[in-house]
Design a protein around this ligand. Structure first.
Ligand code: AMP
Length: 186
């Protein structure tokens, strides 16, 4: 794929979209931007942002849209994102999708596609338990999935209406899912 690439990876927690974002970013020469990683770094650093989001993150809830807008506006404004990006974990709500649209509009850019990496819920729960991350206790996983269904899943229709959505079955090996994504955005 030549030229600028601006992709959003959408999918439930544990779908492997973070791994896929890294692979795609390498291949396309653009940064993978994971808001979850950015927030975890802020928590690790003990910054104001980190202190603000720590308990929200460990409960499985979403950080508020205004805070996320600041984080993403700053990140997308950096030089390395001028030629494109793979966004992983943002947007997660309809207002966030609108914020992203307005950030991109201001620089005359637009999304190429939004890839939904879909995985059955049962598989997500066993993957998350196997990962054993500290924010991944069974209750928190269930809460994260509930929040995904309620707040994030509506983005599927939003991006379908804009003809940007590409659906990929994410229930396969990393390599296979990567091939499917590349086919879907070709
Ligand atoms: P992730 O690694 O993408 O699953 O993100 C981990 C946690 O960070 C989420 O459960 C949220 O608490 C928070 N987070 C990450 N991205 C966002 C976002 N776009 N909007 C709200 N909260 C977010």
């Amino acid at each position: 794929m030549a030229g600028d690439t601006r992709l959003v990876l959408l999918g439930p927690p544990g779908s492997g979209k973070g791994t896929q974002a890294e692979i795609l970013a390498q291949r396309m020469g653009v940064p993978a931007i994971s808001t979850g990683d950015m927030l975890r770094e802020a928590v690790a650093e003990g910054s104001d942002l980190g202190r603000q989001v720590e308990s929200i993150m460990s409960s499985g809830a979403l950080v508020d849209d205004d805070t996320m807008a600041e984080v993403v506006r700053e990140r997308l404004g950096r030089q390395d994102a001028a030629k494109g990006f793979i966004l992983d974990g943002y947007p997660r709500t309809l207002p966030q999708a609108e914020t992203l649209e307005s950030i991109l509009q201001r620089s005359g850019a637009e999304l190429d596609a939004v890839v939904l990496v879909d995985v059955p819920e049962e598989e997500l729960i066993s993957r998350a338990v196997a990962r054993g991350r500290s924010d991944d206790s069974a209750d928190v996983i269930r809460e994260r999935l509930r929040v995904y269904r309620e707040k994030t899943r509506p983005l599927v229709e939003h991006y379908q209406e804009r003809r940007l959505l590409r659906e990929v079955d994410g229930y396969a090996s990393i390599e296979e899912v990567n091939r499917r994504i590349l086919d879907a955005v070709a």
